[in-house]
Ligand binder design. Structure first.
Ligand code: SF4
Ligand code: FES
Length: 235
């Protein structure tokens, strides 16, 4: 454990934990967009900034990517912090003016938004879908395109590999802007324009998961397909 101070409160923090995790434990509200507690931090949106004292000077940093250190002092609600978050939100809103999720976050942080813009769903490159696919599902069907040494942020986008995707829907679940759309209709699921055949539960008959997802689980765990063909409610 390390001893830190957040907004003047003494905190015993787990070594390696982030400032954001510890602030959340104290019920301090910090805005986030690209953070998920089950995924590695990414530091893309810069909404979660806080001030940290280093070498006697206060400096702005992203709380999701900054690990605690012994004696660290953190401030979460100064004018500098509020302005930094507002600026990050204003930039996102400028880039994606029609995006409802961004607009709502920006408005909450004091940015003047144009509510008359038509609702749109944008990929804001938060990377949550890519991390969920890699870190939780272990499939790697999604990756960033045009990110590298000479990366052009304007052109970056998410690249989908239909051959690798098993249709689990984790990306749609974590996407904060609903850009990733998933539709279940009858015995079909459509996601990233790929159509999956859904398996039906051997007890109640409900279509409950893509066949490809069950095959993947069966291959990974060694559990035969016949045992996987029962939905959660009937288990
Ligand atoms: S598709 Fe959604 S989750 Fe993936 S990077 Fe874009 S906004 Fe984030
Ligand atoms: S939540 Fe920390 S940078 Fe996005």
């Amino acid at each position: 454990m390390v001893n830190i101070k957040i907004d003047g409160r003494d905190v015993k923090a787990k070594e390696g934990s982030s400032i954001l995790e510890n602030a959340k434990n104290l019920k301090i509200e910090i805005p986030t967009l690209c953070y998920h507690s089950d995924l590695s931090p990414f530091g893309a949106c810069r909404l979660c900034t806080v001030e940290v004292k280093q070498n006697g000077k206060w400096k702005i940093t992203t709380s999701c990517t900054t690990a605690v250190e012994e004696g660290m002092e953190v401030r979460t609600d100064t004018d500098t912090v509020k302005n930094s978050r507002k600026l990050a939100a204003a930039l996102l809103n400028y880039k994606y003016p029609g995006d409802k999720a961004i607009r709502e976050t920006a408005a909450k942080l004091g940015v003047k938004v144009d509510a008359s813009k038509a609702d749109a769903r944008n990929c804001v490159l938060c990377g949550l879908c890519v991390r969920a696919c890699q870190e939780i599902v272990d499939v790697n069907a999604l990756k960033f395109r045009d990110r590298g040494l000479n990366r052009d942020l304007e052109e970056a986008s998410i690249e989908f590999d239909p051959a690798a995707c098993i249709g689990c829907g984790s990306c749609a679940y974590v996407c904060p802007t609903s850009y990733v759309q998933m539709e279940d209709k009858g015995n079909k699921r459509t996601i990233w324009n790929k159509v999956f055949k859904m398996a039906s539960c051997s007890v109640c008959g409900r279509h409950f998961a893509p066949v490809e997802q069950l095959e993947y689980i069966s291959k990974k765990t060694g559990v035969p397909m016949s045992k996987l063909l029962v939905c959660v409610s009937c288990r």
